[in-house]
Design a protein around this ligand. Structure first.
Ligand SMILES: Cc1ncc(COP(=O)(O)O)c(C=O)c1O
Length: 318
């Protein structure tokens, strides 16, 4: 579009976008960096909106808008004519299931529009029903310019990842000519087998009403998990639909964590595994994303296991 200097990308701390070189450079979880550094130049990160811990906002600016305004500051710092895109997961998954404030993404969209920066929604986790809507960003009432997806499109039965682009971007791609060709493809681009599986899977999601089911069962999951907030070590419970995080803290007043000083995550994993629940912890947050067909009875068991495992794991590390 005649803007060749727009090559930089901004993403967020605790964002996870993969580990191939440019994706790793967009990923904002520092422990993924050292093995592959140096990172690709032109990638930078702003703070996560992380409602439980973000320090910002006041009487005139909400916390969500303050967190989003960090993008504007970063664009201005980099130079608006040099920034191509902002990439963000609607809910930060591998970073600890961080749900942004309700007004965060609207402000992000405004800023992206103001500086002609593409908004890229990484829906690898949130796409295809996980949050009770087809795509995660729907909860925040805005549309991205590019959407990237994987897991849910085939329910993982065969590997398929891809992107969707806005008409504006498609027109630019389609306008490529023999003299100025669109040089981008993979060995397995548009592979017919995986695409057939995706279509069959989407039929199942539609015919079995799994998006609606994720909304209903997900509301139950969130409600049951929120009961844990009254227990001694649960500082925060967050999520939408069938994705949730339970953040465990050593001290609810100071929000001090057990890790990294104390091996709480390993102990908690062991206690949950002993009781039959296998999932992942990130910064002392139990990350939960069960299959969309999970029943309420299974959710009860998940919540019971987490509740039982916390005191047992705490006892093992203090
Ligand atoms: C939000 C998000 N983006 C990107 C990726 C990376 O996908 P891949 O491992 O297929 O490169 C993941 C993987 O878990 C993810 O959760």
């Amino acid at each position: 579009m005649g803007k060749p200097d727009k090559t930089k990308f901004i993403s967020r701390i605790y964002g996870y976008h993969g580990v191939t070189l440019a994706a790793m450079s967009a990923t904002g979880i520092a422990k993924y960096w050292p093995m592959f550094e140096p990172r690709v130049p032109g990638f930078s990160h702003i703070e996560s909106p992380y409602p439980y811990r973000f320090q910002g906002g006041d009487d005139t600016t909400s916390q969500g808008v303050a967190a989003a305004n960090l993008l504007e500051a970063a664009i201005l710092h980099e130079g608006p004519d040099t920034v191509a895109g902002f990439i963000a997961e609607p809910i930060q998954g591998a970073g600890g299931v961080i749900v942004p404030q309700h007004d965060y993404f609207q402000r992000i969209r405004e800023i992206c529009d103001k500086y002609d920066v593409l908004l890229i929604s990484d829906e690898v986790i949130t796409g295809f029903g996980r949050t009770g809507t087809w795509f995660g960003l729907e909860h925040f009432g805005i549309e991205p310019d590019i959407i990237q997806f994987a897991k849910g499109i085939t329910s993982g039965y065969v590997p398929l990842g891809g992107i969707g682009v806005s008409d504006r971007i498609r027109e630019v791609i389609n306008a490529s000519t023999a003299k100025n060709p669109w040089m981008h493809a993979f060995t397995y681009s548009g592979h017919p087998t995986t695409c057939a599986v995706a279509l069959a899977n989407l039929d199942v999601i539609e015919s079995e009403g799994l998006v609606q089911r994720a909304a209903t069962t997900g509301a139950y999951l969130q409600e049951r998990l929120r009961e844990l907030l009254s227990t001694e070590y649960v500082g925060d419970v967050r999520g939408i639909g069938m994705i949730a995080g339970v953040e465990i803290v050593a001290n609810k007043e100071t929000k001090e964590q057990f890790s990294p000083g104390r091996p709480f995550e390993a102990a908690m994993n062991q206690e949950m595994m002993k009781r039959g629940f296998c999932t992942r912890l990130v910064r002392d947050t139990v990350c939960i994303a069960p299959p969309l067909v999970t029943t309420e009875a299974q959710i009860d068991r998940i919540v019971d296991i987490i509740a039982e495992s916390i005191p047992a794991a705490v006892a093992a590390v203090v």
